[in-house]
Design a protein around this ligand. Structure first.
Ligand code: ADP
Length: 494
């Protein structure tokens, strides 16, 4: 990758963004706009439409009309496949432009953004495009005088609410299977990461997705997100974000049409290192990357390091060394390993967590403070806190920032007990040379994804979903499709 190409793109002005309704760009009904601040320097990057309830209702009506006249669901699978494949190609063709735009909006380091954003979004959409004409209905094993057919019908209108950390990757996890199965979608990106998703939605139209099948409304969650959640005309709501908002969505559903709600929420994922780990130096490096990449703004981040007491000091020292070697700074420089925090508010929240950890007896062994304030941007040093008890706030609550909580353990049972002592269950890891121990830990740690002798990197072929208050349902893999279909039985008397 060439730095000069990135520099050329970063200096281009970003046009203000309107909603996308019925294939057209539409301003907010009252004309209101929101400023978008770039986390790189804190300056106004552009403005986005500040959606109203009326805007959201118009988008839902458009999606409903598109679904009812079957302009998309009624197309042969091969035709839908062609459109989605073309869309994936267009995303790839615009990958650098999309990645740079996204980074200017949300602050993720460019190397990570290139891989995890347009790259992964295109791969996900292609995966579901390829899958959609290989999914068969079923014939039930009934008596011979009847025929039981099981159809996989689209659910209708899907509402998708997306967070700011990886808008394209997570957006594609929802859009890929939802659109592949013939649904219409109303998408609500996060206030602080709408730009690249909006551009990707425009590319969908260019690829031939009929107008109205994908509508995008920008603005505040509490306004347009709530209208989407309370709609009587949305059949399924899919969400990635905070537990607090997830809880609200369940409430919206209960108060409206009892729409299905699928949540991918936070985590406090345990990264468990035994003294018999095959390569402690490698484990330390991956541990640092597992929490600090994208400034810890990753739902599956390994935010709790549980380390066997006998190697605690030595191992922590290695992780500190790895963390201090990571270059924090301008996310659009190729040498940067950790970019900016998404917003000033998020940075303040991270610092409050650190202060609370100290009050509760935690020791900061590196980081703990805001850095590079002279840039005007939002940067924080990778932070490691030791002596964190399993009950401490830092061990129990998700920070969503570059803060690692370290807790020692003595035995395997001890490790399992501490690992399972939060309300979450999203990801985790175990580092050990013991095959039996590795399998035991996979079985015993309550989580959606458990890594062994690595952290992160699971690809689109495997599901990602949480247990407990980390959510329900899965993104990725063929399993994700279940969220976007209804099983419909035809019982036929012969
Ligand atoms: P995060 O902590 O990652 O910002 P949020 O849950 O606040 O998590 O945000 C994730 C998404 O949820 C964003 O698109 C945001 O606009 C949306 N959102 C926030 N509040 C609400 C709400 N009350 N109803 C619906 N959506 C909301």
């Amino acid at each position: 990758m060439d730095q000069s190409k990135i520099d050329a793109l970063r200096s281009q002005p970003v046009q203000p963004v309107s909603h996308l309704i019925d294939g057209r760009q539409v301003a907010a009904s009252d004309g209101a706009m929101l400023d978008v601040l770039s986390p790189i320097d804190g300056c106004v990057l552009t403005r986005i439409a500040r959606g109203t309830a009326a805007d959201m209702e118009a988008a839902i009506a458009s999606a409903r009309a598109a679904f009812e006249d079957r302009r998309w669901a009624g197309q042969p699978p091969a035709a839908r496949k062609k459109v989605l494949t073309k869309w994936a190609e267009l995303i790839e063709a615009h990958a650098l432009e999309l990645a740079v735009l996204g980074v200017r909006d949300n602050g993720t380091e460019i190397n990570m953004a290139l891989k995890a954003e347009p790259g992964s979004a295109a791969a996900t959409i292609r995966y579901y495009a390829e899958a959609l004409d290989k999914l068969y209905g079923e014939i039930a094993p009934t008596a011979g005088d009847v025929l039981g057919l099981i159809h996989k019908d689209p659910v209708g209108v899907v509402g998708a609410i997306i967070p700011w950390n990886f808008p394209l990757m997570i957006g594609a996890w929802k859009l890929g299977p939802a659109l592949a199965m013939g649904n219409s979608v109303v998408l609500k990106p996060a206030e602080t990461a709408s730009l690249s998703l909006m551009r990707v939605a425009e590319l969908a139209l260019e690829a031939g997705l009929p107008p109205g099948v994908l509508n995008v409304i920008t603005g505040e969650g509490a306004v347009v997100g709530e209208t989407l959640g309370l709609s009587m005309d949305v059949d399924v709501l899919v969400f990635t974000g905070s537990g607090q908002t997830g809880r609200r969505l369940l409430d919206y559903s209960a108060r409206s049409n009892m729409k299905r709600v699928y949540l991918e929420l936070g985590g406090k994922s345990p990264n468990i290192v035994f003294a018999d780990a095959p390569d402690l130096a490698e484990a330390a490096k991956v541990t640092a990357a597992g929490i600090f990449r994208n400034s810890g703004q990753v739902c599956v981040a390994g935010s709790r390091l549980l380390v066997e007491a006998s190697i605690h000091d030595r191992f922590v020292q290695e992780v500190v060394r790895a963390a201090e070697a990571m270059q924090v700074g301008d996310p659009l420089r190729l040498e940067t390993q950790i970019g900016a925090i998404n917003s000033e508010a998020q940075l303040k929240q991270n610092l409050t967590f650190v202060a609370t950890a100290q009050q509760e007896g935690g020791q900061i062994v590196t980081g703990g403070q805001r850095i590079l304030s002279e840039t005007g941007g939002y940067y924080m040093a990778p932070t490691i806190v030791t002596d964190v008890t399993p009950e401490a706030t830092l061990a129990q609550q998700e920070v969503f920032g570059p803060v690692l909580a370290v807790t020692p353990f003595k035995t395997e049972d001890d490790a399992v007990r501490i690992a399972n002592s939060t309300v979450y269950g999203l990801a985790g890891a175990v580092w050990t040379s013991g095959l039996s121990r590795a399998h035991r830990m996979v079985q015993r740690v309550r989580t959606g994804v458990m890594h062994v002798n690595t952290y992160g990197g699971a690809d689109g072929t495997v599901p990602l979903g949480g247990v407990g208050q980390s959510g329900n349902g899965s993104d990725k893999s063929l399993h994700a499709i279940e969220k976007y279909i209804n099983l419909k039985t035809a019982w036929i008397k012969l």
